[in-house]
Design a protein around this ligand. Sequence first.
Ligand SMILES: Nc1nc2c(ncn2[C@@H]2O[C@H](COP(=O)(O)OP(=O)(O)OP(=O)(O)O)[C@@H](O)[C@H]2O)c(=O)[nH]1
Ligand SMILES: [Mg+2]
Length: 297
Amino acid sequence: MAEFKSGFVSLIGRPNVGKSTLLNRMVGEKIAIISNKPQTTRNNVLGIMTEDDIQIVFTDTPGIHAPATKLGEFMVKSAQTAMRDVDAVLFLVEPIDNVGRTEEKIIEDLKKSDCPVILVINKIDKIKREELFSIITKYTEKFDFHAVVPISAQKKDGIDLLRKELYELIPEGPMFYPEDMVTDQPERQLVAETIREKILRNLDKEVPHGIAIEIMKMKDKGKTVEIIANIYCEKMSHKGILIGKNGEMMKKIGQLAREDMEKMLDKKVYLELWVKVKEDWRNRDSLIRNFGYDMNE
Ligand SMILES: Nc1nc2c(ncn2[C@@H]2O[C@H](COP(=O)(O)OP(=O)(O)OP(=O)(O)O)[C@@H](O)[C@H]2O)c(=O)[nH]1
Ligand SMILES: [Mg+2]
């Protein structure tokens, strides 16, 4: 019988390229939040995939960008850390016939490590097949990829081929995590992220990027779970937008978040949300840490 294989794989790429979508696809459960706004993911998130003969521990990372705040610096640093000491890197790119400046920078970092890299061209549902060749050529001129796999994480296209290429890179090894464990995030964090996802999906511009969630109370009462959360924003004007006319925005966000939480926790949820202002928290170390974005991670 073949030996059990296990290993660590990081998902790297610019914001909004589909890393979290692919993570959820690989693990088969919703672990990471997804939105159409860049910089959705703020910290490294583990997604654990276990099959009969293999366990892969994926790390989803924040998108690499030129940071404008201290929180942004933390996010980029988290992603760069995840590129080291892994069995493989999945480098996700948009299906664009041009290697962007962010991608050039990532390639420079990848050259410094000797870990195998699979180039994953995502969102191929947006282009014609014949456009792929030129994209592949542009990238393979710049770096010696272990493999190039075009996929659509959303439409589940190319995922099997990606798994096949990836499995080849995973060495023999023990099961690192229990077979039923799919993420390292505690329930409180999953709940907080669910609220943040609904805000990202329903609000525009600067408001959602300046949001942090703090779970003040999470109590299992048998048939129901009682959850009280504070939503922090950066300005009084943002608070008004979050609450909305007659409180309608908050009502909508609360309802959408509650529906997801009930599925996740398999219980009825009583959810109470409070909106508060913390000026410029994304540039204040103590607050960044307080919201769980630890600089010394
Ligand atoms: N058309 C298309 N859209 C996709 C595909 N994969 C992801 N998306 C969309 O791209 C957007 C960003 O997806 P995410 O998974 O949040 O991207 P991300 O790379 O994790 O983004 P950050 O966390 O901000 O770095 C969402 O609107 C997804 O629905 C795909 O294969 N095709
Ligand atoms: Mg993400």
